[in-house]
Design a protein around this ligand. Structure first.
Ligand SMILES: Cc1ncc(COP(=O)(O)O)c(C=O)c1O
Length: 360
């Protein structure tokens, strides 16, 4: 390719490229900056991206020693290797994610770059025996691909979704088979909806639907996954309850009944699973700023002729000494502790994140 590498020294604390030394070596011939992330640490990508933008350069992240790491960008966490124009990794067995021989991968969000990189890696071919550019033989060997296909599924952050109606006993019962070889260590019952109405006007089918989604659903899913959890002698079941598992609000009879019911369900299953390392608990948050709550804020503002801010302060956060919404992160961290082996003796419990609401 006729490219000449120009070295830039590293920071003494991180061993990653020192951004303050980059500009001194940029010349009119410079094409790209290649930060090498090391020891699971990502280089200072904010600074590197600023320099690249200023000088019109590509950034190619070498992610072979940090694949899977999170990088804190000002507007949220992103994965290392996804910040520059191209991320690359080696799958050599000594690397963080290794195959059984030589291999590697290149990542980009740029379709044009992707097309030309695919071509270069396959003898410069766009279609069989049509060599548009000079390329090389850099195709991933099928045996290595087979190994990686299994290992990649375990890379942190990999996720896939299976849509299921939690009220449909047949669909839920078929789930373990749909998931195939994936073991289920943790079951989080989180599906929920709301309907607000005086009991006299509450449609019977709505009442039934709320109970089905938020109480029968968790029971069906627990039924479906307990056998495999028992077999591996490990399981953590977390029911997402609510402050309404403990207190009531008018016009939410079905929701409050379903969420109260979850506590009884959890306690019963806690007793039934006392003989193995399986726990079941209910998380009870006060208001979390989710789309469900945002809709309620808007609806209540209209109904009560209040501003949305007034609904939040005068209605929602009023009973809460701490006067603040519960964040998704707080809930996730609490759930994450309950999932851990250290929480093996916490079962049949109600974890209340209510800013002091029920202390009154
Ligand atoms: C950070 C980093 N990038 C790239 C490589 C080269 O990988 P490969 O030998 O698969 O070309 C290595 C190998 O040691 C490495 O540690």
């Amino acid at each position: 390719m006729g490219l000449k590498p120009v070295f830039v020294d590293v920071e003494k604390d991180t061993f990653c490229i020192d951004p303050s030394l980059i500009e001194a070596v940029i010349s009119p011939k410079t094409k790209a900056i290649v930060p090498v992330h090391l020891y699971g640490q990502t280089s200072n990508m904010d600074e590197i991206m600023k320099i690249a933008t200023k000088h019109g350069l590509y950034v190619i992240e070498d992610n072979a020693q940090a694949i899977g790491s999170d990088y804190h960008m000002p507007n949220g966490d992103v994965k290392s290797g996804t910040i520059g124009h191209i991320g690359c990794t080696s799958f050599f067995p000594s690397k963080n994610l290794g195959c059984y021989g030589d291999g590697g991968a290149i990542f980009t969000n740029d379709d044009q770059l992707a097309a030309s990189m695919k071509m270069i890696a396959n003898h410069g071919q766009s279609k069989k025996y049509h060599h548009d550019v000079v390329g090389c033989n850099s195709r991933l060997d099928s045996i290595q691909a087979a190994v990686l296909k299994i290992k990649l599924a375990h890379l942190e952050g990999s996720a896939s979704a299976v849509a299921v109606d939690v009220c449909d006993a047949q669909q839920v019962a078929a789930l373990p088979e749909v998931l195939g070889k994936h073991t289920v260590d943790v079951l989080i019952n989180n599906a929920g909806i709301q309907h607000v109405s005086r009991i006299e006007d509450f449609p019977a089918d709505k009442w039934q639907q709320l109970i089905n989604i938020m109480l029968v659903g968790p029971a069906l899913l627990t039924q479906a996954f307990l056998p495999a959890m028992r077999e591996q002698n490990y399981g953590r079941i977390i029911n997402v309850g609510s402050i309404h598992s403990l207190v009531a609000s008018p016009y939410k009879s079905a929701y409050v009944a379903a969420k109260h019911g979850l506590l009884g369900f959890s306690k019963t299953i806690a007793l039934e699973t006392g003989d193995c390392d399986i726990t079941i608990n209910t998380l009870c948050p006060a208001y979390v700023k989710t789309p469900l709550v945002e809709q309620q804020v808007a609806a209540q503002a209209k109904e009560n002729n209040l501003t949305e801010e007034e609904v939040i302060t005068k209605i929602m956060l009023e009973p809460m000494p701490k006067k603040q919404f519960v964040s998704v992160e707080e809930l996730a961290d609490t759930a994450s502790f309950l999932m851990s082996p250290s929480a093996r003796n916490i079962t049949g419990q109600t974890m209340v994140l209510d800013g002091g609401w029920t202390a009154r």
